[in-house]
Design a protein. Structure first.
Length: 292
């Protein structure tokens, strides 16, 4: 009896693995909005990572990460700005193209930067179309709640999949007065209303950033679309992070929600130092690195 139960458990685990969004598998088709909706229905939890170039996109894609975000976080980790406000559509488009070329299975989502969608639905449509037509992205992400509902609706009705983003919205960091937890106390109701409004407008998923865990859990329960947490506890349908943060590529004190899984900054520093030392000491290039 115990052996039969063990076999059934093993088969159940195998079945879950075969239907999981996350994990390496042949790239028969890109992950779609429908796949994410199915994952929500079955309770399948999945990871989303940022990517900004073809090499890291290929690594994450081969690993089986189902969604890659070309985030406006490129402003800080690629272009060296202090925040995400300065980055433009033209800055992001080459990065989107690179990530699309470097992947074959993942859905590639392009972040729409500050100023590219807030003024009108027409402006939002024009810029979102560029990400799909020129960049090859499969969806776009917009920050904001009820104030951008009309833009979201216009994009969705035009055939552009939209991922929403509420809570701490980095593009509004100047207005928010810094990177602070959002949705505490009587402000929780407003975030729930924002989430429901974005779902009604047609968003296929929703990022919840830096909000109390119990609020994220409540929003996740109320929505029929997937929620993606970043600093929002462990009850969301997915988690997203900037890959440089989790890999220890960035320096300084990380946000509370960041867990560092490696010291890539240290590895690169050591490798570069050893190479520089070899060059100065004329031990590189050696005979085995030299053409006769």
């Amino acid at each position: 009896m115990r052996g039969a139960m063990s076999t059934m458990t093993s088969r159940s685990a195998q079945a879950r693995a075969e239907h999981s969004l996350y994990g390496p598998r042949p790239a028969t088709a890109r992950v779609s909005v429908r796949d994410l909706a199915q994952a929500k229905a079955t309770g399948d939890v999945w990871p989303m990572l940022t990517a900004y170039d073809a090499i890291t996109a290929r690594i994450f894609d081969e690993l089986g990460v189902p969604v890659l975000l070309v985030g406006d976080s490129a402003a800080t980790v690629v272009y060296g700005y202090d925040n995400t406000v300065a980055i433009t559509v033209d800055d992001l488009l080459p990065l989107v193209r690179a990530v699309v070329r470097g992947s074959s299975r993942a859905m590639v989502v392009a972040d729409m930067p500050f100023g590219s969608y807030q003024s009108s639905s027409a402006t939002a449509l024009q810029n979102a179309a560029r990400f799909l037509k020129e960049g090859g992205a499969h969806a776009v992400k917009l920050e904001g709640g009820r104030r951008i509902v009309e833009q979201v609706r216009a994009l969705v009705e035009s055939g552009i999949p939209v991922m929403g983003h509420i809570g701490l919205t980095p593009q509004s960091v100047l207005a928010l007065g810094g990177y602070r937890v959002q949705g505490r106390g009587d402000k929780a109701t407003a975030l729930i209303e924002d989430a429901l409004a974005l779902q009604e407008a047609g968003a296929f998923a929703l990022v919840l950033e830096v909000i109390p865990a119990d609020l994220a859990e409540e929003i996740t329960k109320q929505l029929s679309i997937p929620t993606i947490g970043i600093g929002a506890g462990n009850s969301t349908n997915a988690q997203v992070n900037v890959w440089q943060d989790l890999a220890g590529m960035t320096t300084g004190q990380p946000p509370k929600f960041v867990k560092r899984y490696a010291d890539v900054h240290g590895v690169i520093t050591e490798a570069a130092k050893r190479w520089c030392d070899d060059v100065v000491q004329r031990t590189y290039p050696a005979t085995e690195h030299t053409y006769s």
